[in-house]
Design a protein around this ligand. Sequence first.
Ligand code: 13P
Ligand code: SF4
Length: 348
Amino acid sequence: MGVIDLPYTRSIADETDPVFERVEHIIPRVEWPLHAPYVAAIHRLKRERNAVILAHNYQVPEIFYTVADIVGDSLALAMKAAETQADVIVLCGVHFMAETAKLVNPDKTVLVPDLRAGCSLAESITAADVRLLRESYPGTPVVTYVNTSAEVKAESDVCVTSGNAVQIVEALGVPRVIFLPDEYLAKYVASKTRVEIVAWKGHCEVHERFTGADVRRFREGDPSLIVLAHPECPPDVLAEADYVGSTQGMTEYVEKLAEGDPSREVGSGARVLMMTECSMADNVSGRYPRVEFVRPCNLCPHMKRNTLPKVLHSLQAMEFEVTIAPEIARRARRAVERMLEFSRQPRD
Ligand code: 13P
Ligand code: SF4
């Protein structure tokens, strides 16, 4: 699909100025004429199609802040997708997230702006690999990270995200689980539970590049730096972190800092290092401009395939539709719904 060039007219400016006010501290004024015509056209089409846009926390600010209706981590997007009344869902994230939205909404149209937005974790394992593992560990439940294809989910007992993995592994009440496919998330879960974890060797191509030495270098210049890390990072990074959690968990941590959480001795003057994808700090800083972010930038090329022109094309052409073979969908849905049931239960 070629880039459509839309003009920035007086009426577009009037229509989109209130949106720009929300993002003026993260999107420079000179860039707005490039985005605004798409923002206006996307809003019009969303109304016409009764569509909703779900955007992951790693989406660029011009998607995250100006056209998305719901933003969050993988778990929040799955839960909100299950609740939406819209006829059409445009998922700005990666393909497995759109498949999850489709699994919980079999009768709705789920679109992705770019079908090539994949994930190195989802690529690291196939359904045949899971069947072989089951044969090697008979009777051991398969707990599968949502960063997998529907085919892999269909071979699984329950799905998890980084936001609920420990809770769900514990809730199963078994001595051992097969945990797929992220080796580092599996190690992190193993450090938090007595349940034995059989892991796979999948890695996130973005998070595996961070090292503990990176964190120590940043800390040398600022010993009071607060380090937040995603559990897809290697163990030496997690060992250096003040907090480990999903992208939603990190956002909530910053929210508490910005509000001057009385349990910590820092207020909104805090400096935060986020060991995760680049757009995360941009998006969180949009909400908490007084928190200062140190930005080591590892970019997810898959997340970055989504752009405003592609979102517009998606709604205009109703492309690219996510479909899942019915028999795969039936079995994969069970694993996702089981996760959602666990997540809806109140925690102790
Ligand atoms: P979250 O569920 O924490 O948002 O993570 C998704 C992901 O792809 C991280 O790389
Ligand atoms: Fe996959 Fe890593 Fe990109 Fe997340 S950041 S979508 S885990 S490749």
